[in-house]
Unconditional design. Sequence first.
Length: 337
Amino acid sequence: MAISALTPPTASDDALETRLEFPDNRLLIDLFGEFNRNLTQIEAAIDVQLVHQGNQLVVFGEAPAQSKAAEVLNALYARLESGKGVTPGDIDAEIRMGSSAKGTGNRAGDQMELFQGGHIEIKTRKKLVEPRTEAQKAYVRALFSNELSFGIGPAGTGKTYLAVAVGVNMFIGGHVDKIILSRPAVEAGERLGFLPGDMKDKVDPYMQPLYDALNDFLPGKQVAKLIEEKRIEIAPLAFMRGRTLANAFVVLDEAQNATSMQMKMFLTRLGRGSRMVITGDRTQVDLPRGVTSGLSDAERLLKEVDSIAFSYFTSKDVVRHPLVAKIIEAYDGDTPG
């Protein structure tokens, strides 16, 4: 473990430095990152200066910033000690959540493991997936704890990605027999015209984000085999009519583009032993003018129903490129003249 703050900063003297000592120089290389990019990311995010001296890091800055940087660096070093890597996303997550992510917490089913520090990790065949904001963490808890969950918020906040990760986790753990992923086949502001090929060829472009998420969590050959065996289904919302979806993990993506009737139809497909997740962004409705979004209707009608969870995200939860959050904030703050 890192030795925290050999010279602790005080609130009254911001000039004091914080020294952190890390005993394993091999791990220190990974902590710094190629060309010190990890340190650069921390410096920019927390407004500190980090100086390398042997197996020590000296932290300069205002006292609260020194303390925050020390907390982040110690947590990242502990992560490396446990055999995990450190990516820019991991650094961002630690800066966002930090000590608020710590504590033992409760186990939300045997599929979800709470590791030391209270960090939630979702096991899939290809990778461990970790929530990177407090809202994401609460969302993952809701997915494991409720048979019907809604994830509502802007693009890039991990709504669909985390839902598919949980679905894969529950599938490989034997808690459900199949995964069903769906979204409305609505064109986003443009007319694509006639598409050649069979039905699969026509709808696959709409479903591609769901294929992308699946391929992140399962080997490609296994995904293809499971789709062939119909243990994984990826289909437009219209194909759900008349079915009862039992013993399945079901995700409806881009739900803001479902009509009220389609949403009612989909919600009433829920069968025994299943879990259903509805994700959407109320600011990206592509329905014809005057048509009410089924997501808004469902939120209004079901908000007070027991055992249905609603999780909300903001631009602060965007985990794509940092510019995405700024773009969302700019559009949200615009008032057309």
